[in-house]
Design a protein around this ligand. Structure first.
Ligand SMILES: [Zn+2]
Length: 138
């Protein structure tokens, strides 16, 4: 059966611990029903409707990572394909359980914040996330 995540809230606490250990400044991990709706409600500019997104509060400068509550099998498959296409051939083997998939997902978003990397650095963010997990996916 294809993997899906029915409620990411169940993983939020342990993911937040992981993020706090890796981040060089405080950040908030928020599980939201739908990232595009969350952005629209706050007049934030979003790109499509991803499963996770890094945000910086315009007023306080505080970091946030948004994570979609329910992530279906198609969304997971599409993320795994993108990562693998970047040259990480062991992606499916390594990220085939919800905990590992979500750890990599939130660390990827932290990579954007912590390194100041934009959307054209997806492969660098993936590599950084694997490294923080202590894994070699190549
Ligand atoms: Zn990214």
């Amino acid at each position: 059966m294809a993997m899906e995540i029915t409620n990411a809230e169940e993983y939020r606490e342990s993911l937040a611990v992981l993020l706090r250990r890796q981040a060089n400044q405080p950040l908030e991990l928020l599980v939201v029903d739908d990232i595009a709706e969350w952005c629209a409600a706050r007049q934030e500019e979003g790109r499509g409707n991803p499963i996770a997104m890094a945000v910086v509060d315009g007023q306080t400068g505080l970091w946030g990572i948004l994570l979609r509550r329910r992530i279906n099998a198609n969304q997971i498959a599409s993320v795994l394909s993108r990562i693998e296409y970047g040259g990480f051939e062991r992606t499916h083997e390594i990220l085939n359980v919800p905990t590992k998939f979500l750890e990599h997902t939130v660390l990827h978003e932290l990579a954007h914040l912590q390194n100041g990397w934009n959307q054209d650095r997806e492969d660098d963010c993936d590599r950084w996330a694997f490294e923080r997990m202590g894994l070699n996916a190549v």
